[in-house]
Design a protein around this ligand. Sequence first.
Ligand code: GLP
Length: 238
Amino acid sequence: MKKIVCDNYDAMCRLAADRILDAVRSNPRAVLGLATGSTPIGVYELLAEAYRAGTVDFSEVVTFNLDEYYPISPDNRQSYWYYMQQNFFSKVNVRPENIHIPDGSAADAALACRAYEAAIEAAGGIDLQLLGIGQNGHIGFNEPGKELYAATHVTPLTEQTLRDNARFFSADEVMPTQALTVGVGTILKAKSILLLANGKNKKAAVARLDDGMLDPAVPATFLLGHRDVTVICDREAV
Ligand code: GLP
């Protein structure tokens, strides 16, 4: 695991965006694993800027998002589907049929998870996976526990995650208490992984990556078992 400490959030985003742009320029059919949350917003802005400048083409790129609340409809402003449209897809030329986000409105969540996993495999797996990290060390919505799921699954959200993400919901919006998430095993199958962490509230979780232990109570530590992970963080997170 390689760790790069940047001076600030903007520098982190520049570095991550450049890695993604390089991946797409060298393989226009790259399969990208994408993340939500506040952390990657600056990365998506830079990718959109590159598209506007005509220096990258996303028309053949295939994307798989990590997770989605459950249950939630795509047009709900709090859905990750909505987030991705707002922050990225409406600004670039990824083809709608190449976009995959776990189906938060599926009647049968377990079936939707199996279909999602099959779609990732059919696409040949993820080439480059972008990740954020929860304060509790979650990746995607793989929450701390005694055991972790390998594949895409339905999960209850922990109290900490509900507290952390409540900031995005207004008083009259109901926050789902479950989510669909790609599993840790699926994340670890990605050829290359970028984990972004900024701010002092991520410091404790990032520090656990230095311990060298795989601990299901801190799901991000399982990334220590992958051969190509780059942690990109700012000074406050180390
Ligand atoms: C969210 C998402 C994660 C994200 C993390 C950090 O709940 N499910 O994929 O990485 O929590 O969010 P933020 O970047 O807002 O701190």
